[in-house]
Structure formats: structure tokens, C-alpha cells
Design a protein around this ligand. Structure first.
Ligand code: SAH
Length: 241
């Protein structure tokens, strides 16, 4: 049994559990999607897998769904952080959406020397990650952190976390991603449209946990580089194989 509508909720899910709806959710389900009592909705909360639920109360400003049965267990992504420098709004949205779809544990916007935008709307980006999971049948939603300075991120970096540093200066060198064991904590770093500064490149390359990686013989736009890097990492070290 499966329901067509999937929604993310911030509420525990479990056998017989009732889930109160927010005003927006009630408006969406009953106003937009025209559901009524007895209608079915799939819910997930990032922790308890996916549950088939039934509308047990429907109102203009609220309502209640009741859990019937678990339809999917929680599927956690690999322990992968995705660090990227925000670019133009639509392309930043795209990067967050793709990272959430392709399977990362945490999305971390970073401010590099050549990053143009000094601010991001963390709540909007988080909503994009939720939407991506809603649409793709995901049961987990990666958190989107607030914007942090790249140098600060590396001041407090967990020693055991490897870093796939995608450096445009390596364009054309052989693709290599040290084939160490799967299941290790990793991170991917993608720079902004302006690329990395020489100072950043020097510091990043010297980090003991950094693996400098080329994404082929062409310079890619940051949004393309994000998808390419995620594909490469997932295939080599993630849960695709
Ligand atoms: N303006 C820069 C390019 C930046 S591309 C220049 O002309 O040199 C944006 C980001 O995508 C880069 O910082 C890097 O992280 C990634 N990227 C793009 N193409 C790449 C390649 N061939 N190899 C490795 N990283 C690449």
C-alpha cells in the first residue's frame, strides 16, 4: 500500500501515532490536494522511516493524520559532508537539491575568498533539501548549516574525516580518489565561480586529510562540479555499489 502524497513532518512517527498538522500542511492537504477524512498520506521525519497515514481530522487550519503502518525503514546516507561556496540563488538552490537527492549527511555552505554572496537564506535552503527528499522518496533529510568561513571550518575539523578537495587547478590531471575503505567519514569541497585563491589552495593541499582531485579535462561550473564530484565519490566510496 502506498500513498501518492509524501510529506516531511517534525513529529515522531510510529504505530498508531497521531500527527497534528500545521496550518500550512492542512492548507496543502485539504485545500490544494482536496484530501478529506480517510485520505492517505505518506509521512517521514528523517528518523522513523516512512509511514502510511490516514486523515482522521481535517479542518481549514489544522488536522490530524494517524499512522497505519511503516512503508519504508530509515535509509541513512553515507557519512558525507558536502561543502560548497554559494553562488547565484537559483544555482545554489540546485546544488542543495542535488546534494540532498544524491545522498549526503550534511550540507555546509562555506564562504571562500572569492565567494560573492555573503549571506544565504539557510531556512530556504533547508526547505529545498526537504522538498528534494519529499519528491525522491527519501526518508532522510540532510541538515543545511549556516554559512561559515572556510578557514574556520578547517580550524575545528575532525581529524578522521577525509576531504575530497575539487581543485580547478588540477584540470586535466588524472582522476584519482584514493581507494581506501568505504564507510569512513568524508567531505567534498567545491569552490565558487571564481575558484580558489592561491592562499586557499596552498592551505587546503597541505591539510593531512585532504585529497586533491581533478574532475576531468574541462573546467566545470560549480553546480556541474557538485553533481560530478558527488557521482564520483558515491561510485567509489559511497553506497552506490
Ligand atoms: N573560475 C575558475 C573555475 C571555478 S569552477 C577558473 O576558471 O579556474 C568552480 C569550482 O568547481 C572549482 O572551484 C572546483 O571546486 C570545481 N571544479 C570545476 N572544474 C573542475 C575540474 N576540472 N577539476 C576539479 N575541480 C573542478
Amino acid at each position: 500500500m502506498s500513498a501518492k502524497i509524501r510529506l516531511y513532518v517534525e513529529h515522531p512517527l510510529g504505530q498508531g501515532q497521531s500527527v497534528p498538522l500545521t496550518r500550512d500542511q492542512a492548507h496543502y492537504l485539504f485545500g490544494v490536494m482536496r484530501l478529506s477524512v480517510g485520505g492517505q498520506v505518506a509521512l517521514f521525519n528523517g528518523q522513523d522511516g516512512e509511514w502510511l497515514t490516514e486523515v482522521t481530522e481535517a479542518g481549514k487550519r489544522g488536522g490530524v493524520l494517524t499512522c497505519l503502518e511503516q512503508t519504508k525503514p530509515l535509509q541513512l546516507p553515507p557519512d558525507l559532508w558536502f561543502l560548497f561556496a554559494p553562488i547565484k540563488k537559483a544555482r545554489t538552490d540546485f546544488i542543495v537539491e542535488k546534494a540532498a537527492e544524491m545522498g549526503v549527511a550534511q550540507i555546509m555552505p562555506v564562504q571562500t575568498e572569492f565567494t560573492n554572496s555573503e549571506r544565504i537564506r539557510q531556512d530556504r535552503l533547508q526547505a529545498h533539501a526537504v522538498e528534494a527528499a519529499e519528491q525522491c522518496g527519501g526518508t532522510f533529510v540532510p541538515g543545511v548549516a549556516t554559512l561559515q568561513r572556510l578557514d574556520r571550518v578547517f580550524d575545528s575539523w575532525p581529524e578522521d574525516r577525509q576531504l575530497m578537495f575539487c581543485d580547478e587547478a588540477e584540470v586535466g590531471s588524472a582522476l584519482r580518489l584514493a581507494a581506501n575503505e568505504k564507510g569512513q567519514p568524508w567531505a567534498i569541497l567545491i569552490g565558487p565561480e571564481g575558484g580558489f585563491s592561491d592562499r586557499e589552495r596552498a592551505r587546503l593541499s597541505a591539510l593531512p586529510f585532504a585529497h586533491v582531485v581533478s574532475l576531468g579535462p574541462r573546467i566545470l561550473r560549480a553546480d556541474t562540479a557538485a553533481v560530478a564530484a558527488l557521482t564520483m565519490w558515491q561510485q567509489a566510496l559511497g553506497d552506490w555499489s
